[in-house]
Design a protein around this ligand. Structure first.
Ligand code: SAH
Length: 518
C-alpha cells in the first residue's frame, strides 16, 4: 500500500479567489486530486491546473478536478459518495484536496468528512479559510462586533434539522443580543424573520442581506428585519444576512474603479495572467478569450539564425515583442547555447516589457526607444552607424515590413527571421457568448490580437454583424489602426504602450463614463 498522504480540507474563502490563504493556495498547487463545490472560483482550480513547475509534481503532470457540488435542492453527489471518493483517492496514495467555500468547519460539513476519513484510517489536516460569516459583513462595511454596539456574534444556519444536532432555539437567538448572522437562510428568510420577531426581536432591528460577497457581483440591501425579505426580493443565493446594531454603523464601501465593467482579455493564455489579475483587483469582471496563440518555429531558418548568433556574426539583435524574446531564448537553449551567444551584440528592444523579458534572462537592452513602436525603434537604430552591420530581427511570421525596410535603408544587412507563428485558437464557447452579450470593453495588446478576434468572430458567426458594437482599448496606435481597419470601434488608446499603460487608459475611460459605455 502506498504511503497515505493526509487529505487536506482547504477553506477557499468567501468568493474572491484572492481570499484563499497562502497555505490553501500551496495545497492546491501540490494536489493530485481536487474535489470542489459549486461555489469554487475557477481561478482557484487554475492554481491546481497550472502547477506543473513542481519538482515533486504530479506523476502524469495532470491534476484531476472533480466537481462534487450540489446546486441548492439539486441532487447530485451525496455526502456519503463524497466521503467515499476522498477515502478512495487517498488510499491510492494521492494528494487529495477537498476545497470548500469559506472555512471548512463553518457549515461546510468539514467535520463529517474529517470523521469519515479518520474512521477509515486516513490522516486529515484542515487549512482554515476566511468564512463568509464575517467576510460578507465586512465586504458590506459592517463589523460583526463593535465595542460601541455589539459584544457578541451568533452564527446560525437557516437550514438545520437533518443532521442530529439540537434544533435551533430561535427564542434564544432572538434574545441573545449583539449581532446575528444567518447563513443558508435566504430561501426561508421571511419565515425566519417572522420567527425572530415573534420571539421578541424588534421588527425595527437593522439588517443587511449581502449577495455574492467579495465578488464583482456583490449586492447589498439594508432594511429593518421585518422588511428585509420584501426589500431584497431580487437577491439570489448565496446570501448572508446580518442583523443587529452594527449594521447602521457600516462604513461606506468605496467601489473599486472598474466595478461593474466586463473586460475581455485577448492576449495569449500564457501571457495574460498578470493582466487579468490586475483588472480583477481593480474590480472588473474579466472575460478571458485568447484570440492568438504563439507557435514557436523549429525550422532551418531558426537553426541557422541561432547558429550565426552564437558564432558572433550579428552586430545587433532587435526584438519587437516578449514572444520574440521567449522564442529566441528557447531556440538558443534548445540548441545548448546560453546568454554568451549575445556577447558583443547590441540588443534593441521595442519597449519596456520586451526589455524586461530580456532582463529576466540577465540581458540588458542597449536600445529602447521612447515610444514603443517599430518606427521609433528603427529611428533609434538608424541613428547608430548601421552601414554593413548585420542585424537579426527575431519575431513573428508576417510581421510588418517597416522595421526591416528602414534598417536596410540605413545600410544594415537584415535577417528577418520568423521565430514563431501567431495562430487563432479555438474559442471557449462560454467566453465567446459573454463577449457577444455582455462585454463592455475588449483589450487589444497587438495588431494580431485584433486580427485573431475578428477571425474568431467570423469563423463562429456567419452574420458577424456586431463587430462595430465592440469597444476596443488598444495598447498603442499601431494596434488601434489595425483594429479600426478591421471595423472595430476604438474607445481609447494607451499613452504608454504597455499593459500598464493600457490599464491606465481603461481606468481613464471608466472614470469618464461612470455608467458604462453600453
Ligand atoms: N463554509 C462556508 C459556508 C457554507 S454554507 C463559509 O465558511 O463561508 C453556504 C452559505 O454561506 C450560503 O448559504 C451563504 O449564506 C453563505 N455564503 C457563502 N458564500 C457567500 C458569499 N460570497 N456571499 C454571501 N454569502 C455567502
Amino acid at each position: 500500500m502506498p504511503d497515505l498522504q493526509p487529505v487536506l480540507l482547504v477553506g477557499a474563502g468567501p468568493g474572491d479567489p484572492r481570499l484563499i490563504t497562502l497555505a490553501g493556495a500551496d495545497a492546491l498547487r501540490r494536489a493530485d486530486v481536487v474535489l470542489y463545490d459549486r461555489l469554487a472560483a475557477p481561478e482557484l482550480l487554475d492554481l491546481a491546473r497550472h502547477a506543473d513547475g513542481h519538482s515533486d509534481g504530479h506523476a502524469d503532470g495532470k491534476v484531476q478536478l472533480i466537481d462534487v457540488g450540489k446546486a441548492p435542492g439539486g441532487q447530485t453527489v451525496t455526502q456519503d459518495d463524497i466521503n467515499q471518493m476522498l477515502i478512495d483517492h487517498a488510499r491510492r496514495g494521492r494528494r487529495v484536496v477537498r476545497l470548500k467555500g469559506g472555512d471548512p468547519f463553518v457549515f461546510g460539513r468539514g467535520g463529517e468528512e474529517a470523521s469519515a476519513l479518520t474512521a477509515a484510517g486516513i490522516p486529515v489536516r484542515v487549512i482554515p479559510g476566511v468564512t463568509s460569516a464575517t467576510a460578507a459583513a465586512a465586504a458590506a462595511g459592517i463589523a460583526v462586533t463593535d465595542r460601541r454596539a455589539s459584544s457578541s456574534v451568533t452564527i446560525v444556519t437557516g437550514s438545520d434539522g437533518d443532521g442530529g444536532a439540537e434544533p435551533i432555539d430561535w427564542h434564544a437567538v432572538a434574545n441573545v443580543g449583539g449581532v446575528i448572522v444567518l447563513m443558508m437562510a435566504w430561501r426561508s428568510i421571511e419565515h425566519i424573520a417572522a420567527r425572530l420577531i415573534d420571539a421578541g426581536l424588534s421588527a425595527q432591528t437593522p439588517a443587511a442581506a449581502i449577495e455574492r460577497a467579495t465578488t464583482p457581483q456583490q449586492r447589498v440591501i439594508t432594511a429593518p428585519i421585518a422588511e428585509l425579505s420584501e426589500s431584497a426580493r431580487t437577491l439570489n443565493p448565496p446570501v448572508t444576512v446580518v442583523i443587529g446594531p452594527t449594521v447602521p454603523l457600516a462604513h461606506p464601501v468605496a467601489d473599486l474603479p472598474l466595478a461593474g465593467w466586463r473586460i475581455v482579455v485577448t492576449r495569449p493564455a500564457a501571457q495574460s495572467a498578470s493582466m487579468i489579475e490586475r483588472l480583477r483587483a481593480l474590480g472588473s469582471m474579466v472575460i478571458a478569450l485568447p484570440t492568438i496563440e504563439i507557435r514557436p518555429r523549429q525550422d532551418a531558418a531558426v537553426d541557422a539564425a541561432v547558429q550565426r548568433l552564437a558564432d558572433g556574426q550579428y552586430h545587433y539583435v532587435a526584438l519587437t515583442s516578449v514572444n520574440g524574446v521567449d522564442t529566441l531564448w528557447n531556440a538558443l537553449q534548445h540548441r545548448q547555447f546560453d546568454a554568451r551567444a549575445f556577447a558583443g551584440v547590441r540588443i534593441a528592444a521595442i519597449g519596456s516589457e520586451t526589455a524586461r523579458a530580456l532582463s529576466r534572462r540577465g540581458l540588458q537592452a542597449d536600445v529602447v526607444p521612447a515610444a514603443f513602436t517599430s518606427t521609433a525603434l528603427s529611428d533609434r537604430l538608424a541613428a547608430e552607424d548601421l552601414a554593413g552591420k548585420r542585424v537579426l530581427l527575431a519575431r513573428a511570421a508576417l510581421g510588418s515590413p517597416v522595421l526591416r525596410e528602414r534598417l536596410a535603408d540605413a545600410g544594415a544587412r537584415v535577417d528577418d527571421v520568423a521565430f514563431y507563428d501567431t495562430v487563432t485558437p479555438t474559442p471557449d464557447p462560454d467566453a465567446l457568448a459573454e463577449l457577444r452579450h455582455a462585454a463592455d470593453l475588449v483589450t487589444l495588446t497587438s495588431p494580431s490580437t485584433a486580427q485573431g478576434l475578428v477571425r474568431m468572430l467570423r469563423d463562429t458567426d456567419s452574420a458577424a454583424a456586431q463587430l462595430d458594437s465592440l469597444q476596443a482599448v488598444c495598447i498603442g496606435p499601431v494596434s488601434a489602426a489595425a483594429a479600426r481597419q478591421l471595423g472595430l470601434s476604438v474607445a481609447a488608446v494607451a499613452d504608454v504602450y504597455t499593459v500598464d499603460g493600457l490599464i491606465d487608459a481603461v481606468l481613464q475611460l471608466a472614470s469618464e463614463h461612470p455608467s458604462g459605455l453600453r
